[in-house]
Design a protein around this ligand. Structure first.
Ligand code: PMP
Length: 448
């Protein structure tokens, strides 16, 4: 079966972790939105490559030629995976999504007259890079945290001439909501603007087709991170129109960025070299290439089917439990799609406490807190401006950090229904003990 095949491919799937009582159990990882474990094939490929370890684009040595070929080939593989036309677009390798968005924000020559429209549902990495470079306008969300497309259109119409970019997440790392990226792209292009999709969360869960530039639904810029796609840390990608970067001085200068240098001047290199200063992460690129091949082999239809089953099954089980507060909704129409991310709380228990009990009593890894999306959490809690200001002050004073926080379960392509059963069992057990008046506080730290 699919799960049997994919689970054999994941490193660490049988890793045992120690519990508070000294038992060792198989770790269940429900924190894939932070980072995914690696495919076994990726690790194998990296190990094999170490024999040929050598720099790229430097000299004509046999090993260097191999490195160069692999590195360039992965750029092409990424372009094909996202349907990016290689004549129009450049594929720039950076270290992560955050760096990719910063690079784009440096490349657009924004001024205080320019407007970037983004949303309160973004990860901080798609909020902060825009802030000090131009005027930022936020498209409204509904109460449940979904994008208000009518408001987006209103703002596009109103500020039309000043809008340089609409920067929006493909899927939320908090609620899992998928934005209808092509519908939004059509709207954005209607008003002569461009669109960036932060695909850090969408890329591991759905196929993305950037489409030809002549198509009104095409995506102008796309960014994502390899560490959320079953490859290791250290590789991110920015895909975008060559025009955007062609005339720019690179944001980092130095080796690898040039064609010629004299003591007085410089001729910058071609894309993407110009934007990939210094020795690149060749091993990371190779790893990403291998994970993309593996995802293609596993087939999207099967990946999505498994994930949708887990999402619906888990939501159904959690809805049955009175003490569980679920955030977000299933939405409707084009706003009904959602990747396998579930944010929740247990009434009367701090999210940090619940997450630590799940980890140290049940061997279940989830994430809790605000997920680098503080404004979105404020929105989901329905906080007023005064309350938000108070939260900010309290955090600055170190009073508390996670009073308004959530627990997040996020699925990878290898998670199974029996792992969900264990989670539901654990949640019910925690609630039963809470209701029986048992003191659940613990300050257990793993002895690593
Ligand atoms: N955007 C979204 C939607 C994310 O989920 C993340 C990672 N949590 C990022 C951006 C940032 O990715 P990275 O940490 O790899 O730069």
């Amino acid at each position: 079966t699919f799960l049997h095949k994919v689970r054999k491919e994941i490193i660490g799937i049988n890793a045992k972790v120690p519990l508070i009582d000294g038992q060792k159990v198989r770790y269940i990882n429900f924190d894939n939105a932070a980072s995914t474990p690696s495919f076994r094939r990726v690790a194998y490929k990296v190990k094999e490559f170490l024999t040929w370890y050598s720099n790229v684009h430097r000299g004509t040595g046999f090993k260097s030629q191999i490195s160069t070929e692999i590195y360039d080939e992965v750029h092409n593989l990424v372009a094909d995976f996202f349907g990016a036309n290689k004549d129009d677009n450049t594929i720039i390798f950076v270290k992560n999504t955050t760096e990719a968005i910063n690079k784009l924000s440096n490349s657009l020559h924004l001024s205080y007259r320019d407007i970037v429209i983004t949303t309160p549902m973004e990860h901080h990495s798609n909020l902060l890079p825009w802030r000090d470079k131009c005027k930022v306008i936020y498209s409204n969300l509904d109460k449940e945290g979904r994008l208000d497309l009518d408001d987006l259109e209103k703002k596009l119409k109103r500020y039309r001439r000043r809008i340089k970019l609409v920067a929006i997440s493909g899927a939320s790392n908090v609620t899992g909501y998928i934005n209808p990226i092509h519908k939004i792209a059509r709207l954005v292009h209607q008003y002569d603007s461009k669109i960036l999709i932060d695909a850090a969360q969408l890329a591991p869960h759905r196929p993305i087709d950037m489409k030809e530039n002549s198509n009104p639904e095409h995506i102008d810029y796309l960014v994502f991170s390899a560490h959320k796609m079953y490859a290791p840390f250290g590789t991110g990608v920015l895909i975008g129109a060559k025009d955007t970067f062609a005339e720019n001085k690179p944001d980092y200068t130095g080796g690898g960025t040039v064609k010629a240098v004299t003591l007085k001047d410089v001729i910058w290199g071609d894309l993407p070299d110009k934007e990939e200063a210094g020795t690149p992460n060749i091993v990371g690129a190779l790893a990403l290439g291998e994970s993309i091949k593996m995802i293609n082999e596993l087939k999207w239809l099967k990946i999505i089917k498994n994930e949708e089953f887990l999402l619906n099954y888990t939501l159904k089980e959690l809805e049955k439990i009175d003490e569980v507060i679920l955030y977000g909704s299933m939405g409707s129409g084009e706003l009904s799609e959602r990747v396998g991310v579930i944010p929740f709380n247990i009434k009367g228990l701090e999210n940090t406490l619940v997450a630590s009990i799940l980890a140290n009593e049940f061997g279940i890894g989830v994430r809790n807190g605000c997920f680098c999306a503080h404004p979105y959490i404020h929105h989901l809690f329905g906080l007023s401006d005064e309350e938000i200001a108070r939260v900010k002050d309290d955090i600055a004073k170190g009073i508390y950090t996670h009073k308004y926080g959530l627990i997040r379960v996020s699925f990878g392509c290898y998670n199974s229904p029996s792992e969900v059963d264990h989670l539901i069992y654990a949640i019910k057990d925690i609630i039963a003990r809470k209701n029986a008046g048992v003191d659940l506080t613990n300050d257990y730290k793993f002895d690593k």
